[in-house]
Design a protein around this ligand. Structure first.
Ligand code: SF4
Length: 184
């Protein structure tokens, strides 16, 4: 791992599309190492900074799959502004848990959730124009834009994220110890 502090900080942005924020929570699990991370990068749009629009960045981390029209917009915006774009966690890599709905027709899902499901009160399918339209299927991010790196795991562990970011920032080939790449 490279301990040198770069002269110029890289810019890092992150976004959660259709995910559970678990990957972002795992990023926070690097604990006090976040102090080292802020020596290496400046945070742009992230849930941590609450900046709403992504600026020109060196690295973008995308959590979650692409489930609605707003997800598509955010993802394309990140692709336009980030030199390196990373599919961050299983939902971004392969659709993950949200993509379990792909085996059903979207209309059937809405019917079950909002009209017929157990415990539904005031049954109606929300149609406020402010709510982004759902796509027919949940897509992994690489089906929508070009992705440079895939970091699997649900979520990727804090140690995996730490090594990945350090080596990426240092411009080194990314290698993980065996303990971080076996899952049994
Ligand atoms: Fe949550 Fe796992 Fe998906 Fe990350 S990969 S957003 S932790 S379900």
């Amino acid at each position: 791992m490279n301990d040198a502090v770069p002269e110029k900080k890289l810019k890092l942005a992150t976004a959660a599309l259709c995910g559970c924020f678990g990957c972002h929570m795992s990023l926070l699990d690097i604990d006090e190492r976040i102090l080292k991370l802020v020596e290496l990068v400046e945070f742009d749009r992230t849930p941590l900074t609450d900046i709403k629009a992504v600026g020109n960045c060196d690295i973008g981390l995308i959590e979650g799959g692409v489930a609605n029209t707003e997800n598509v917009e955010v993802l394309r915006d990140f692709r336009r502004h980030c030199k390196v774009l990373v599919a961050f966690g299983a939902c971004a890599v392969n659709g993950g848990i949200p993509a379990m709905r792909n085996q059903f027709d979207l209309q059937d899902c809405l019917q079950e959730v909002y009209l017929d499901g157990i415990g539904v009160e005031n049954p109606h399918i929300p149609d406020d124009p402010e709510i982004p339209l759902l796509l027919d299927k949940v897509h992994p991010v690489h089906e929508v834009v070009k992705i440079d790196y895939f970091l699997p795991g649900c979520p990727p562990s804090a140690d995996t994220i730490w090594i990945f970011l350090n080596e990426l920032i240092a411009g080194e080939a990314i290698t993980f110890p065996y303990s971080l790449i076996h899952y049994d």
